[in-house]
Structure formats: structure tokens, C-alpha cells
Design a protein. Structure first.
Length: 316
């Protein structure tokens, strides 16, 4: 066999599959994390053709959302948690990046639609894994969770508001449903095999829904104008500064410890008061670096980068 041909075949056999966003979905304590553990283990193991998937798991702990009861204590906290999870997926997910497993409730169909749009904008594959468990089983699992258990009122509220995925919806398709304690071992193994085939893009074991999503104008943010880039970058960073100052003013001039910047934006954690002078200095430093390296990006992208840079600077 020709050497160059042999090397080409070796590279093709060990190449990692393109990115995929796997959205876990289910009531609290339904067993989602157990499915994630088994699925990630299978994906990281070499497939028959030698390919393996790089897997990144995004959950409440990875975005510092706090304990379960804190992250879902009220509507505002829940919205901030969803925003942090969405932002983390946006940062990690790209066409040639890892397989991202979002291990969270993802109970609202509108949020799943946003995630589907994010996967489409990144030209990645997408699927929803639904762990179907009854309220009785959920309550039983929560009772055995110890210190990490949900408060009864929060658990009841989350279960009541849960919106079941529907396979006919684009943002819920393809849909893989696990039923803990009810699925036969053979059926469960088939589900894992089908999921792994979908992630790897194995057309022999998947449907047409396994194809990579194609971005269009509806799922892509408009880029900043190249002729006025510095001004628009400054405006995006200034929006972050004004949000922080407004939050501190509303809190009587005291530190807020946690700052939210809207849906899809990361949160900022800080244990002290941030002065306007410090924020202006950090914004100036950020723009000096960003204007040299960022040739084109989006308004939301600049905000996200500045928030991340603030978080790194404050943590140092």
C-alpha cells in the first residue's frame, strides 16, 4: 500500500466527529446525570472505526450557579441560571469543537428553541435526550439525595411547570427517551447506540435528522459594521458598565455579588463594590486589546467577551 494513502486512511479513521449539542431534558432528580455519565463514557471510547468524541459537560456547577435551591429559588435566579448555561454552550460550541452535553432541566420549550438556534448557528448536530420519570419516582429520588436535595416547594413548582418535549418540534428532534426503571436492558443499550451514532454522524444508524444543521440569516447575529467597529465595541462594553453601576445604585451603593446582563449573557460574580473609575479603566484596557485582535464580531459577542474579561480580572 502507498505510504501517503496509508497515512490518509489512518488520519480519517482517528478523526473526531463534528460538533453536536446534546440537550438533556427532564424533571428534577429524574436521573439525567446518570444517563450523561454513561453516555459520555461511551462517546469517549473509540468507535469501531477508531473515532472518538471529545465531550464537554455543561451543568449548573460548571457555571457557578450555586446549590440547586439557590439556582432555582425564584424566577429571577432561574433566568440567570439559564442565561449562564446558554452562554457556556455558546462559548464552547462550534463546528469543529467538542460534543457538548447540557446536563440541566431544560424544562422550557422556548429555551430549547434557543439552544436549537445556537446549534444551527454553529453548524453543529443537535438532539434532545428526555429522561421520563413520574412525579412519584422524582420525589423518591429527591428524598435520597441528601444535602443536594431540592426543597419540597421548589421541586413541586419545577415539576408543575415542566414542558414535555414533542418529537414533531424541530427543537425537540431527534428525541431519545429513557424511562429509568421501566426500559429493558436491551432497549436501553439500543438507545445509547443510536445516540452515539447520531453524535458521530453515522448515516447507517441514524435518520436524516442526524445531519448537521445549516445556519441561516435567522440564526446568525449581524456582524458589527467594519467602518465603525471601535465605536460599536465601545458601546457594547459601556452597556456592561452601565448595567453594573445601575445594579449597585439600586442596591443602595452596596455590592450585588451577582450581576445579570440578560438572556444568553454570562453572569458576573464579585464580592466587592466596583467603582466607575475601575470599570472605565478595565473597559479601556479591554478595548485596546480587542480592537487589535477582533476584526468582526457581534454586539452580543463583544458584551460576552468583556464580561468574561471582567470576571478573569476580578478573580486574579
Amino acid at each position: 500500500m502507498d505510504v501517503s494513502r496509508e497515512l490518509t486512511q489512518t488520519k480519517a479513521s482517528t478523526a473526531r466527529p463534528s460538533a453536536c449539542l446534546i440537550v438533556m431534558c427532564g424533571k428534577p432528580c429524574s436521573g439525567k446525570s446518570f444517563v450523561v455519565s454513561k453516555l459520555s463514557e461511551r462517546l469517549r471510547a473509540p468507535a469501531p472505526d477508531g473515532a472518538n468524541a471529545e465531550v464537554t459537560i455543561v451543568d449548573e456547577a460548571s457555571v457557578n450557579a450555586g446549590a440547586r435551591n439557590e439556582a432555582y429559588e425564584n424566577a429571577a435566579k432561574e433566568k440567570m441560571t439559564r442565561g449562564a448555561l446558554r452562554s457556556a454552550c455558546d462559548r464552547i460550541l462550534h463546528a469543529h469543537g467538542p460534543c457538548v452535553i447540557l446536563d440541566s432541566l431544560n424544562a422550557i420549550k422556548g429555551f430549547r428553541y434557543e439552544l436549537w438556534c445556537a446549534a444551527r448557528a454553529a453548524a453543529a448536530r443537535y438532539c434532545v435526550v428526555y429522561v421520563d420519570a413520574s412525579d412519584e419516582r422524582v420525589a423518591q429520588m429527591n428524598d435520597g439525595a441528601g444535602e443536594s436535595a431540592y426543597a419540597e416547594t421548589i421541586l413541586r413548582d419545577l415539576c408543575f411547570r415542566f414542558e414535555h418535549p414533542i418529537a414533531n418540534n424541530r427543537w425537540d428532534s431527534p428525541l431519545f427517551t429513557f424511562r429509568p426503571g421501566l426500559d429493558a436492558p436491551g432497549h436501553e443499550a439500543d438507545l445509547y447506540d443510536a445516540l452515539c451514532a447520531h453524535v458521530r454522524g453515522d448515516s447507517s444508524n441514524t435518520t436524516k435528522q442526524a445531519r448537521t444543521l445549516v445556519p441561516n440569516k435567522a440564526t446568525q447575529n449581524a456582524p458589527l459594521s467594519g467602518t465603525n467597529l471601535r465605536y460599536e465595541m465601545d458601546r457594547a462594553a459601556q452597556d456592561v458598565v452601565e448595567t453594573i453601576m445601575s445594579a449597585q445604585q439600586s442596591n443602595g451603593g452596596s455590592c450585588c455579588s451577582l450581576y445579570g446582563f440578560g438572556e444568553g449573557m454570562p453572569t458576573l460574580r464579585c464580592a466587592r463594590v466596583l467603582t466607575l473609575a475601575e470599570l472605565r479603566r478595565r473597559k479601556r484596557d479591554f478595548l485596546q486589546l480587542a480592537s487589535k485582535s477582533l476584526k468582526t464580531t457581534t454586539y452580543e459577542g463583544v458584551k460576552r467577551l468583556f464580561i468574561d474579561e471582567l470576571q478573569r480580572g476580578l478573580a486574579a
